[in-house]
Design a protein around this ligand. Sequence first.
Ligand code: ADP
Length: 426
Amino acid sequence: MIDIPPVLLFVLAFGVGAVAALGVQALWQSSAAGQQRERVLAILSVARRYALGDLSRPAPDYGDDDVGSVARGMDHAVQELGRRIDSLSRDRARMEAILASMSEGVLVVNEQGLLQLVNDAARRILKLEKGSIDRSYVEAIRHPGIVEHIARALAGHETGPLELSVTRDTTLTLVAQVAPVVAAGRGAVLVMHDITDLRKADLIRRDFVANVSHELRTPLTAIKGYAEALLDDPEDDEARRRFLEIIHRHATRMERLVKDLLRLARLDAGQETVELAPCDIDGLVEGIVSDFEPIAQEKHQTLDAQVAPEAALLVTDAAKLHDVLRNLVENAVNYTPDGGAVEVRARIAGGRFQISVADTGHGIAPDDLARVFERFYRVDKSRARPGGTGLGLSIVKHLVQVLDGEVIVENEPGGGALFTVTLPLR
Ligand code: ADP
């Protein structure tokens, strides 16, 4: 940054004063001394005003003689300098505003290793105190990697980008780039980008690919194994049939997984359009209950539904709400042990439509409550249902978001899980 020494202003102002003073001496003895004295005092007063930083006009009439010309020249120089200082101050304020609004951290160190500039983001990222300007960067910055990079840049070496973790309240992943500065004396400038979200997204993507590969490999291995066994031409018809059934079951599982993955991809890409129409909630709930009635009966479970009269009709996308509810009821029936109960309730609460699925199963451990909507997250792998893909609740969450609603899960006071979907009334 360019620093205009304010003393220059004073020197120029003083120049005007000095010329005026000389004039005083020369003119003092002349016959028109009184008149001239007035003029020179006026010039001196302008010089004093300038010296105090007040460059406002108008200036007095300096006169047409030599003293007047010199005073006018000096006055012009002071005014010009004032304009330049103004423009530099504006540039500086603009630069400070830009630096303050940047999400990247910027820090400048001078030749002596003293901090010259630290923007708000850098202060936040490196937890620097407010008064760190003019402090040694080695003392102020506690990250050895950054300190080493700055030292190299101060020695005039180019350094590559440095990826590092900084622990504040949470751990941030940063890319720090330090470059030597040669203009206006040696120094170094450090720029830090926060790439925490990028790294997190990358990790989620890699986990997802690993999960998909794993989920596909399991049924694929089974299919391949039993197909090979069939190729060996077993004598036993019973065995042949059993192998084919196993192959069919695993192929069905793969088909469901691929279907769920494609649906998630469509939801992610915002390709599922919402078709709003009046929806018969009574009929929708009844349909799903009767679909799962046979499984519930097999498990000696009761499966009930209660739809409040004012919640019997809702303007929404019926197909999407159907998929949401089907997933929740299927989970409730599956994860509730034999002899339990599952209940679907629809009502209007707080000016919104609310539909919930409650069961009397084991519920979900508090630590897992927030994670069950993640892709492939299963609370207890040993209890995972055979046909499940681990994607159902993730699809539910996306669908509810598409419907402008929200879904939450909690544990019932007496045990069992309670999933509640809230949708707007249109
Ligand atoms: P999955 O295909 O495994 O059922 P979901 O995404 O539907 O996948 O559910 C994720 C996990 O959440 C399940 O594996 C299970 O551990 C847990 N879960 C879902 N619903 C219930 C429920 N009603 N009771 C207990 N646990 C549940």
